[in-house]
Write a protein that binds this ligand. Structure first.
Ligand code: GDP
Ligand code: MG
Length: 177
């Protein structure tokens, strides 16, 4: 049988301190650490998935850094991306309020070759912490109203829903590839 190789560029965006670098580190190296240097600019990490007997998926994760709040990104950053993760911190309502701006910036600058918006998943991170500042119903409605493929609560710290959320995104990207 013929084997297929896919390379997907995946953007990881969201306010500072929500857990983006931790997510990439956890997903790629299976590690969590409390202390990361604040990345300035962009970091890349590669994860190779044996998706099926005949399909290999290479994920190139682009982890942005340097901004505590929303700032619009240059088009170059979004170029040729296949998918996106927008992350916020459930204990930080300002990080949730910024999600809309991140999504609008994404949709205004990035699209698939056919012109469709990029598949984008919304991650409600630090779900191990209480209290949540944003009710689940609010997140659910927001996710639907703003064109996300879906949302999941995650804890990078406790390794909850990390593989699941990335797999969900990969499935969508494969359908659109
Ligand atoms: P970034 O600025 O978005 O890249 O965020 P970092 O990955 O640097 O994480 C910011 C802080 O949040 C760090 O101290 C992490 O250890 C912590 N953190 C990340 N994910 C979680 C999580 O799921 N739960 C908890 N409790 N802390 C987390
Ligand atoms: Mg970071």
């Amino acid at each position: 049988m013929e084997s297929r190789d896919y390379l997907f560029k995946v953007l990881v965006i969201g306010n500072g301190h929500v857990g983006k670098t931790s997510l990439v580190h956890r997903y790629v190296n299976d590690k969590f650490s409390k202390h990361y240097k604040i990345t300035v600019g962009v970091d890349f990490a590669l994860k190779v998935l044996a998706w099926s007997d005949t399909e290999t998926v290479r994920l190139q994760l682009w982890d942005i850094a340097g901004q505590e709040r929303f700032t619009s990104m240059t088009r170059i950053y979004y170029k040729e991306a296949s998918g996106c993760i927008i992350m916020f911190d459930v204990t930080d309502s300002s990080s949730f309020r910024s999600v809309r701006s991140w999504k609008e910036d994404l949709d205004s600058k990035a699209m698939l070759p056919g012109g469709a918006p990029l598949p984008c998943i919304l991650l409600a991170n630090k779900c191990d912490l209480v209290p949540w500042q944003i009710p689940m119903e609010t997140i659910e409605q927001f996710s639907k109203a703003n064109g996300f493929i879906g949302w999941m609560e995650t804890s990078v710290k406790e390794n909850k829903n990390i593989d699941e959320s990335l797999n969900f995104l990969v499935q969508k990207m494969l359908m659109l590839a």
